[in-house]
Write a protein that binds this ligand. Structure first.
Ligand code: ZN
Length: 107
């Protein structure tokens, strides 16, 4: 018999507690958090989360600070563009607007 799979994924461990909306949000975050990400130094898919906002590549040994649950965030990209002076004002604003849109959809 095939095991029944819900939309809660890893958050199914909470059982009947904490409301399904919150568990769906946790599942969405943990999907990104737990799978290996692409390393910005060597390009291999071996960047893993060590701790809160700390990411380590198991192939080249790079240890970097990033987002809490994903190595790169839109806010981080916007900040990089502002600091480097390469991004235009419109680019930065569009990145920040996308971030706000996502929050509204999730809430
Ligand atoms: Zn690497």
């Amino acid at each position: 018999m095939k095991k029944k799979k819900g939309k809660l994924g890893s958050a199914a461990r909470y059982g009947a507690r904490y409301s399904s909306v919150l568990k769906q949000k946790v599942n969405k975050i943990e999907k990104i958090q737990k799978r290996p990400q692409i390393c910005p130094q060597c390009g291999r898919k071996s960047l893993k989360r060590v701790s809160f906002a700390i990411w380590e590549c198991s192939k080249c040994g790079l240890i970097m600070a990033g987002g809490a649950y994903s190595p790169r965030t839109r806010i981080g990209l916007a900040a990089e563009k502002i600091v480097s002076g390469k991004g235009s004002k419109e680019e930065v604003l569009s990145l920040l607007e996308e971030e706000n849109k996502e929050e509204k959809v999730e809430a």
